[in-house]
Design a protein. Structure first.
Lengths: 343, 165
């Protein structure tokens, strides 16, 4: 038996690849630092916002703007207090107006893009808080998701104008990757809830985050200058490429099955269903190609093909969702009719 | 990062014995540490045994993986045996591979739960308490199961020794 126990110890010689271990360590460390930066930015906002608003307002040229300075300056205490405000509270409107003021009085496009990314993170934090606090107001979550997408789009459009946008693009990539994880955790949290609107909102928010994350990463790659930046971004590219391939493998199988089941229910008659199945098959083929590119270490190509496959999968899934909604409505109408007949 | 440095090898091994695929085991190991960070970053003070917590996450990731694949876990003994790092001493490496092959062959005859407990206890040297937290069982249940698994393993060893004589 001692021999067996000795053999158990020998299993410790089984270890992961050293290079992969080091690469992931670096990625994990970057992620930890990025998340901690965002957390301290959130708490520092309460202290610094008032000062930064007043400072930026002092450069406002016109008399009308001077009035704004007086108003915002005198209500600086309110602006300060509003930073942690959640949707539905009295101070939330002040919070949004404060953010708008910061954008209005920021001249630098790069800084504006960074502000939009910061505000997108705030919206994500608000969504998280609303769901954690068990909100029953789904419409509010839908609205905040729309604001979230707006901030991401604005940030992206600004850095796209800047040819040297690697830093901003990287900041957007890091932020959106963090948001995706937050959303995944929230979806697990509400998995037991039966009503679907929150699930739809979170799915939509995830799509926005993923889409902007992809664009940011590809932009960062295209605009990277120094080799050290290239190394850091390359590790992110490899990691993103791997995650996308794995995510596609998982999702395509599930969604294809759902569409085929829906098609069976329609007895194969619906041309839109046929089209959806075809799109899913194309998505599957492109996903396989993305996987092969990944295995050949052609990471950028793999990411681009993964993005393409995901877009096709999304189109096919849209048909399936519309089909499910129609079936739900039909069932609901049938139930109402049965009730009327009984009466 | 201290957690990663200290336990990434052990978590990788734990997952690898269950999925018998190096790349997949590494992917799931990365997922494990990412999930752990997400949890710790918001709720660090509520986890008193982080090591056991990592094993819990790893175990759940493997369960989710197999559920998705609609399969159950099996061990590929040859793959595990050939996974030890290459060294310069061919003889020592061959001896080691033989030892591992022999052990994995014996473990393969045990039910998965018993195999897991023995690996956690004797390969990764977790305490009974940590194994209990990682597997969601009570401390007593883990002790009983370890004792039974060892007894069963001894029986298998004697059976093999008898058949070679």
């Amino acid at each position: 038996m001692n021999n067996i126990q000795k053999q158990f110890h020998s299993l410790k010689r089984i270890m992961p690849d050293t290079q992969k271990k080091a690469t992931f360590r670096h990625a994990l460390e970057s992620r930890v630092r990025a998340d901690m930066r965002m957390d301290s930015a959130r708490s520092a906002m309460a202290g610094s916002t008032r000062i930064s608003i007043v400072r930026s307002l002092f450069h406002a040229p016109s008399f009308a703007l001077a009035i704004v300075i007086v108003i915002l300056g005198s209500s600086g205490g309110v602006a300060f207090a509003s930073q942690g405000a959640l949707p539905g509270t009295t101070l939330y409107g002040v919070k949004l107006k404060t953010e708008q003021a910061r954008l209005t009085f920021t001249r630098n496009e790069k800084r504006k893009a960074e502000l939009h990314i910061e505000f997108a993170s705030r919206r994500m934090h608000e969504i998280e808080q609303l769901i954690t606090n068990d909100t029953q107001d789904d419409a509010m979550v839908t609205e905040i998701v729309a604001y979230y997408e707006h901030e991401l789009s604005e940030g992206e459009s600004l850095f796209k104008k800047d040819p040297s946008a690697a830093n901003t693009a990287t900041a957007l990539f890091v932020a959106t990757e963090s948001h995706k994880d937050t959303i995944t955790a929230l979806k697990e949290k509400i998995a037991a809830r039966t009503h679907g609107k929150l699930h739809d909102d979170l799915d939509e928010a995830y799509e926005h985050a993923e889409s902007h994350s992809d664009t940011a990463l590809l932009t960062a790659l295209a605009t990277t200058a120094t080799s050290s930046e290239t190394t850091a971004i390359s590790e992110a590219v490899i990691e993103t490429s791997r995650k996308k391939v794995r995510s596609l493998e998982k999702n395509i199988k599930e969604k294809k099955r759902a569409i085929e089941n829906a098609q069976k229910e329609l007895l194969y008659d619906d041309p839109a269903a046929v089209e959806a199945v075809k799109k899913m098959e194309d998505a599957e083929m492109i996903a396989d190609y993305a996987k092969t590119r990944f295995e050949n270490k052609e990471y950028r190509e793999s990411i681009e093909r993964s993005i393409e496959a995901r877009a096709l999968m999304k189109e096919a899934s849209l048909w399936n969702k519309e089909h499910d909604d129609r079936e739900d409505k039909k069932r609901s109408d049938d139930d109402h009719e049965s009730e009327r007949d009984r009466d | 990062m201290a957690l990663y440095d200290q336990y990434s090898d052990a978590i990788y091994r734990f997952i690898f014995f269950k999925v018998s695929n190096r790349d997949l085991a590494w992917d799931l190991t990365q997922d494990c540490f990412m999930k752990a960070w997400q949890y710790f970053s918001t709720k660090e003070n509520t986890v008193d045994n982080k090591r056991a917590f990592l094993y819990t996450i790893a175990r759940n990731l493997v369960i989710d993986h197999w559920r998705q694949k609609e399969k159950t876990a099996t061990i590929d003994i040859d793959l595990v045996t050939n996974s030890i790092e290459d060294g310069n001493d061919l003889h020592a490496q061959t001896v080691l591979q033989d030892e591992i092959r022999s052990l994995m062959g014996l473990l393969h005859e045990l039910p998965e739960e018993s195999r897991d407990i023995l690996l956690l206890r004797y390969a990764d040297e977790l305490s009974f308490d940590e194994i209990a937290r990682a597997t969601g069982k009570s401390n007593v249940a883990v002790r009983v199961q370890t004792h039974r698994a060892l007894k069963k393993l001894k029986t298998i060893v004697h059976k093999h020794q008898a058949s070679h004589e």
